[in-house]
Design a protein around this ligand. Structure first.
Ligand code: GLU
Length: 472
């Protein structure tokens, strides 16, 4: 099969096959890892405002049960298909393995456009979907744990939890049946911005090695790097904000209805405000509109961050892409055909399976919080503060100098939940990057980060299966 016209799932399979060829696992084991374990497709009715009944198509795909629970978001979109959910579920398996989050991969979706439905209808649809998952044992804190994805957020997660709880009134760990919940419903601080923050950490790590950057003709670090972001949703907006805060220059922004550029830089907050007021990013003061919104992908920059949907970088636009680094914040933004062209051009692709794993990493922290029934920092914060204060006062006595109250406050502060979440995320993203880089350096046949990411994932999942005693 050529790389032309591969479906999304076939594209994931083709990336997987390329990496599997760099490992020495038996074929049976490779096949066990590769395909989806359980595919649940179902239909249910909703009543529209005009009284008519519509039948919606829904999915939950559990790709790999090598670890439980399985984990992955739920997508509400008109474009949802079984192939897409399978691809996204598979990507979740590899993503979790790459960042050492002990879950298998899954994904869900309902094929409908939420913009065309009332809030009440969306609530009804979400609750009905959850009840269907409960019926088939496709949800539970130790079974399958959904989260937000395109078209869903904390509001939907709260409905899912409430429905699950109603059907399991005596389950003590019920809060862990879904992540990305509102804080008051057992959510965790930092989950909303986690994927964008993870993308930022991925970019910071990828650009920190002088020798790697030299090969691309770039200086190390993010400061002054020019960046183009496609998609200003939850992931793209936070990623752009963190890049800007680190001194990168956002030179172009692309949305579904248009794209803008300014080589001197676009202030992300000001663009968001303009977008809220005018309902579009177009005609932003000081910026120019691109003729076609996809022209933004081909704009001159150091780092291109596709943070929208899959299959945006294609054989058509890949030859014109000028970025030196592509940081895949979306799932599956690059087609197999485009990948070949980009690799030949020497562009560094920081793959989705790694770059957008910040969301599921913080979901893991949320799930741990739910199972432990205590907020991170609750037991340690005050104790830490006391120890730091005693240390500062000993230092003051020894040196005869004293700190200002403000300085003392900064130094002695004990860690809160958000501090644990962000530092845990940073550590996770840096370690996973270094593991991929090491695989590339150790194995000459592994020539790109995507293959390295898949090789690492395959090796870790293989160990899980081997430990189960299925393969000798
Ligand atoms: N939907 C997100 C993703 O694609 C998050 C999944 C999760 O937190 O389980 O990674």
């Amino acid at each position: 099969m050529g790389v032309n016209n591969l479906s999304f799932f076939e594209t994931v399979l083709s990336f997987f096959d390329k990496a599997a060829a760099c490992t020495s696992h038996p074929k049976g084991l490779i096949d066990q890892i590769k395909y989806c374990n359980s595919i649940y497709e179902f239909k249910f009715p909703v009543k529209r405002q005009d009284g008519t009944i519509e039948i919606l198509q829904a999915f939950r795909v559990e790709h790999s049960h090598h670890k439980l629970p399985v984990k992955g978001g739920i997508r509400f979109s008109e474009m949802v298909t079984q192939d897409e959910v399978k691809a996204l579920a598979a990507l979740m398996t590899y993503k979790c393995a790459i960042v050492d989050v002990p879950f298998g991969g899954a994904k869900g979706g309902i094929r409908f456009e939420p913009k065309n439905y009332t809030e009440e209808q969306i609530e009804h649809i979400t609750r009905r979907y959850t009840a269907e998952l409960v019926k088939k044992n496709f949800i539970g804190p130790g079974i399958d744990v959904p989260a937000p994805d395109y078209g869903t957020g904390s509001r939907e997660m709260a409905w899912i939890l409430d429905t699950y709880r109603a059907l399991h009134p005596d389950q003590i760990d019920a809060d862990g049946c879904v992540t990305g919940k509102p804080i008051a419903q057992g959510g965790i601080h930092g989950r909303t911005e986690a994927t964008g923050r993870g993308v930022f950490f991925a970019g910071r790590r990828a650009t920190c090695y002088e020798e790697d950057m030299k090969k691309l003709g770039l200086a190390k670090g993010l400061e002054g790097k020019t960046v183009v972001v496609q998609g200003l949703g939850n992931v793209g907006y936070y990623a752009a904000r963190f890049f800007q805060e680190a001194g990168a220059v956002i030179v172009a922004l692309i949305e579904w209805d248009g794209a803008i550029y300014n080589p001197k830089g676009l202030d992300i907050e000001a663009v968001q405000k303009h977008r809220r007021e005018t309902r579009s990013i177009l005609n932003f003061p000081g910026a120019r509109n691109f003729v076609k919104n996809t022209d933004g992908l081909e704009y001159e920059c150091d780092i291109l961050i596709p943070a929208a949907l899959e299959r945006q970088i294609t054989a058509q636009n890949a030859p014109n892409i000028k970025a030196k680094i592509i940081l895949e914040a979306a799932n599956g933004p690059t087609t197999a055909e485009a990948e070949k062209i980009l690799v030949e051009k020497g562009i560094m692709i920081v793959p989705d399976t790694y770059a957008n794993a910040g969301g599921v990493t913080v979901s893991y922290f949320e799930w741990l919080k739910n199972l432990s029934h205590v907020r991170f920092g609750r037991l340690s914060k005050r104790f830490e503060e006391g120890s730091h204060k005693r240390l500062v006062s000993v230092m003051e006595q020894l040196t005869g100098k004293s700190l200002t109250d403000e300085e003392k406050k900064i130094i002695t502060r004990g860690a809160d939940e958000i501090d644990f979440v962000n530092s845990g995320l940073e550590e996770t993203m840096y370690n996973a990057y270094d593991d991929m880089r090491e695989t590339m350096m150790k194995s000459p046949q592994v020539k790109d980060l995507r293959t390295a990411a898949f090789v690492n994932a395959i090796n870790k999942i293989a160990v899980s299966y081997l430990q189960m005693g299925i393969w000798p």
